[in-house]
Design a protein around this ligand. Structure first.
Ligand SMILES: [Cu+2]
Length: 451
């Protein structure tokens, strides 16, 4: 048989069969494999969870702002999964929320994602699926990791950079006092990165160093307050975005999904605990030892000052937004709990409706909108807007400006107002980041009417 007589299509098909599906030259920039993880987080305390690439947190993915990346995700579990790239301005098809239209990743399937990472700053990635009452799924698991987008500006001058991800383990559903009431999620153990306080490697520092801490609260429902005895945190960015007024504080408060970049000047030699100000939570693992060079001995803790956490402290002191147009519309969003019965999980409503029946938030491209969060419930809610950043304009009655975020904690019985520019067309999910709340109604979609 003469070569020229071979059907060209047959030839190409034969050739294609000999080539691996993904050639080496076609290697993705990053690879995540979702699978079972077994880890000893504290002496003798083993847990079994789901994580990325065999551990937790997942690998810190470092990208350059504006430079396209490819990420291969393999789902080596028995359930459909989805990875959400939290805080990025990317299209809904790859954002990682099925409510926006990102396809779920079936069990044992593989998907390559491609997007242009922006904006610069401390972002993260995590599972974005429904868990309901199954606390072995979604953000209750080890599926979380940092995603750092490097931009032109560094968040201040520093000698050492440290990533700290907070998480809770052995979650259970129970009532506050163990008796009557609604079910909430509690945790028996905590970790900073991969280990509890009494097991992890210390954070080694030298006197005079300026250490940049990038901290992520990857807990599915708990707020944390952090302190390092005798040291101040200079907050330079929140949710990855540089703040208008960097300030020094003794205590950092972080709602679920929030990030804080803070510079700590190491000026009090010793061996200290950087940990949760709540004794019970810190003793259950939420902390890390900070060890100065040449210092030994047991790590010390001192009671932290009773500082009030206030986002407005980091905003523009005059509260003015220069050149910001009047919002095209004000969107009031009222959050309420819907009692479902004793020892049952509360449902949640936005303007009286539960997702998927919640009214969409309708916007038009490039207009500025004000969202008024009115929390008429007894819980604080960290609400998150996908694919956009918003600016805080009023926090519990106090005007502010210059703090850009993608998650904001709305305290119980208080109001928070934010403004955002509708500059990323496509469905965008808005929801409470407490897994139990989002799964029981606390979600709505932003819809562009003109695209
Ligand atoms: Cu909530």
């Amino acid at each position: 048989m003469n070569f020229s007589t071979i059907n060209r299509r047959t030839f190409i098909r034969a050739l294609a069969g000999a080539i691996p599906a993904v050639a080496d030259s076609d290697k993705a920039d990053f690879t995540l494999r979702i699978g079972t993880v077994e880890a000893e987080i504290a002496p003798g305390h083993k847990i079994k969870t789901t994580g990325y690439n065999g551990g937790f947190p997942g690998p810190a993915l470092r990208m350059t702002e504006g430079k396209a990346v490819t990420i291969d995700v393999y789902n080596n579990t028995k359930i459909p999964e989805l990875v959400h790239w939290h805080g990025l301005w990317i299209p809904p098809e790859v954002d990682g929320a099925s409510e926006e239209g990102t396809p779920m990743l079936p069990p044992h399937a593989h998907q390559r994602y491609q997007f242009v990472p922006r904006p610069a700053g401390t972002r993260w990635y995590h599972s974005h699926i429904y868990a309901g009452r199954d606390l072995q799924r979604a953000t209750y698991t080890g599926q979380f990791g940092f995603l750092i987008i490097e931009g032109k500006d560094n968040p201040g001058r520093y000698d050492q950079e440290v990533l700290l991800a907070l998480h809770g383990w052995d979650p259970f559903l129970g009532t506050m006092k163990g008796g009557e009431g609604s079910l909430e999620v509690g945790y028996n153990r905590f970790t900073v990165n991969s280990h509890a306080l009494d097991m992890g490697e210390p954070l080694r520092v030298k006197e005079g160093q300026r250490v940049l801490l990038r901290i992520l609260n990857a807990n599915a429902s708990l707020f944390h307050r952090l302190a390092l005895p005798g040291h101040q945190f200079t907050v330079v960015a929140m949710d990855g975005n540089p703040v208008a007024s960097p300030r020094s504080v003794s205590v950092l408060e972080m709602a679920p999904a929030e990030r804080i970049d803070a510079v700590v000047e190491m000026n009090r030699p010793g061996v200290w605990i950087l940990g949760d100000t709540g004794d019970q939570i810190r003793r259950s693992g939420l902390g890390i030892v900070v060890e100065y060079a040449g210092r030994t001995g047991a790590a010390q803790w001192e009671r932290a000052p009773d500082e009030i956490w206030d986002y407005a402290l980091f905003g523009r002191a005059d509260g003015a937004v220069p050149n910001a147009p009047e919002p095209a519309a004000r969107v009031p969003l009222v959050f309420r709990a819907k009692w479902a019965g004793n020892r049952w999980v509360d449902h949640w409503t936005i303007n009286g409706k539960e997702f998927p029946k919640t009214d969409p938030i309708l916007v038009r491209t490039n207009r500025r909108y004000r969202l008024t969060f009115d929390n008429q419930s007894d819980d604080d809610h960290p609400v998150h807007l996908h694919r956009h950043s918003f600016e805080l304009v009023k926090v519990a009655g106090k005007p502010t400006a210059g703090v850009m975020k993608d998650v904001v904690a709305v305290p119980s019985r208080k109001q928070v107002e934010v403004e955002f520019v509708a500059n990323n067309p496509g469905l965008s999910l808005f929801h409470c980041h407490m897994q139990l709340h989002m799964d029981f109604g606390f979600m709505a979609l932003v819809k562009y009417e003109d695209s």
